[in-house]
Design a protein around this ligand. Sequence first.
Ligand SMILES: [Zn+2]
Length: 409
Amino acid sequence: MKQRTRWALSVATLCLISLSLAAQEAEVDISACRGIYTVLKAMRDGAPKEQVSSMLETLLDTRPYQVMFKHYNRSWRPNHLPKPVFKRMILSLQFAEEYSAGENERADTMRARWTKYYPNLSPYEKQLRQLEGANLSKLINDAVRFAQEWLPPEWKIPKFYFPVIPNGGSPAFALENTQGYDFLQLAQGTIGEIDLNWLAGTVSHESHHLGMRSTMPGSLSAADAMAFRVVSLCVAEGVATYFISGPPPGRAPAFKGTSFHVFTGELAKAWNDQVSAEEEILQHQTMLLDKAMAGLLTEEAFNAELREYWLNGVVGRAYTLGAEMFGAIYTAFGKEGVFAAIQNPRRLFELYNAAIDAKPEALKRCVRVPDKAVKQALAIGRSVPLARGALPLRTQRAGTQKGKRDVHG
Ligand SMILES: [Zn+2]
């Protein structure tokens, strides 16, 4: 009996351990929001400058702000936003002589966002109460778990630190194991009211990128490697957009399984415009594929394509075309088809066309990929023996590069 109790207890303990592990996809930290509130309140209540300055000094040494300074002072932009400058920018809300416009471009932009909140702290208070009252850990962890469902099971989203940091600069950023969000720029339903569903949807979308893995075969000729990138350029955004961000229906039916509504007014309009331009967008992709296979698409030209065509605009074209392709594949072949395309993007066009054939009624408005492009994609890495001296490509994480685009500046 005793034995059995012990056994039952250890099973229960094991369950508890695995439960608590499962509950920690993200480490949520909103301490900086309250910290800054205390500082702003003290300034408004007339505290002396020395006192506020020392409060700020302590606060800016805490983990959320340390990560934030790391983000603004990355290796490629050292001294972009020095801590003393940021500190004086905040002090200047009350003590004008502390900072003058033109001193630091980043701090200038930030200051404009702080001055919206400072004269009347009640929207800030309201937002703060809402964040503190929400079960943010649950919200974020659920969002991460949802994203995980749309990744092949062996691709795990790494755990990350999730601070909300009042700063007024980048609305969101990703750095090492951190996804940071700006308290002053969280999407709002009405002023002072954070749209928590938008926040969860955005975190979920970004987390999906973090879980993406490179699928590029180890050694490809330079031309095939470029062709592979062209073929997979819509994959990461397509999956994350269709299954998580909840766009309106396009040519493929809308996905019913997401509870996030990231596509609000302006985004929905941009989405619809692109759905009508899908023929052109697909043509553009097949033209690029021709170029790549002929060895005529350089790295610089491809990057310019990403920047100026595929990821540009309110909703990048890669988001729309990718979402539609995955929507069609899902409609015909379910999750299994989706994972087959994620894990081997060379099959994406093939699966997409096959989906249109399998569900002609539901997918009749979808634009077919020309057969030539389907064959080209399938032949990547198989057609020509490796050129002698072809450089082995360093593996890259498919999601990382594209993911950056969502987390601005
Ligand atoms: Zn994205």
